[in-house]
Design a protein around this ligand. Structure first.
Ligand code: SF4
Length: 290
């Protein structure tokens, strides 16, 4: 197995075999993201990926590999035929594998036709993690996400049409104090349109080496405090309509761990937020992490 540089995966893929199909992120421009700043993007040669799959099979010969995550930043940029080839190899080498997943940038999803996505799903690509970050076009523009809210919605709906499980990440605080309300309401609208299976709400932490960190240091961007983050979460939950979506805001970056299912648990989660606000008990900064 050859891993190149730091390898990232969603928290729910902690038990998965991770295979790098690409190195880095093809865009690498988002002002808040430090994940792949040290990597020059490239799609790996297919024979290298297959060699990794064979090596890992030998290593895990007595172990059932039930989940495989295709890293790095955006596996869906890979040509559909090449992806289908790798998915076939996975099933050949890991017949016990129950779920294959990957990050999918909205622009890459939109580059694929409905037929291509359906073929990928039929070949075993079951789940896509899509970083929306915000549903507000001004926030998306400011953080250089490279897509509009409408394009993210289109991508999410295309994935759902193909039958894939969709998990979307939003970032609390990404609009700063200036666009708190718009960021939150428009993010709730975006989720209400897509109605994904999962939504994760992280809380922004600025990382050295990013453009946003420099803006923060220069006083051009203001981070939200825990009270404002609670305000965002409340507005988001009050405005979202996405029956059955599993919501998680229990990442290490969050001030108050929250989880529930929309819409049935909305009231309960709002009560939890109010309780934390009244008690003034939030995760201390030293225990927060990305
Ligand atoms: S947030 Fe996603 S698309 Fe943006 S730079 Fe990071 S990995 Fe790339």
């Amino acid at each position: 197995m050859r891993y190149e540089g730091a390898v990232y995966r969603p928290p729910s893929e902690a038990g998965s075999l991770i295979i790098q199909l690409t190195i880095g992120c093809a865009r690498n421009k988002c002002t808040f993201c430090a994940m792949f700043k040290d990597k020059q993007f490239r799609v790996r040669k297919l024979d290298e990926v297959v060699a990794d799959l064979i090596d890992a099979r030998q290593y895990y010969r007595d172990y059932k590999v039930r989940r495989i995550f295709l890293a790095d930043g955006d596996a869906l940029i890979v040509k559909t035929d090449d992806l289908l080839y790798i998915l076939d190899k996975i099933h050949e080498l890991y017949p016990e594998c129950e779920r294959i997943s990957a990050y999918g940038a909205p622009a890459d999803v939109n580059m694929k036709t409905d037929e291509e996505l359906a073929k990928l799903k039929a070949a075993g690509l079951d789940m896509i993690y899509m970083g929306a970050e915000s549903g507000d076009d001004i926030v998306l523009r400011d953080v250089k996400k490279g897509v509009t809210s409408e394009e993210i919605a289109t991508a999410g709906l295309k994935l759902k049409k193909a039958g894939m499980i969709v998990s979307i990440t939003l970032i609390s605080g990404l609009g700063g104090k200036e666009r708190l309300k718009e960021h939150t309401i428009n993010s709730a609208k975006l989720i209400s349109i897509i109605k994904p299976e999962y939504v994760g709400f992280l809380t922004l932490m600025v990382e050295p080496g990013t453009e946003l960190y420099n803006d923060y240091q220069a006083g051009k961007f203001q981070l939200l405090g825990p009270v404002e983050v609670m305000q965002e979460l409340k507005i988001f939950i009050e405005n979202v309509d996405s029956e059955g979506t599993v919501f998680r805001a229990n990442h290490a970056s969050n001030y108050v761990p929250l989880k529930g299912t929309f819409n049935k648990d909305n009231k309960k989660m709002l009560e939890q937020i109010e309780k934390a606000e009244k008690a003034g008990v939030f995760r201390p900064e030293i225990y927060r992490g990305i």
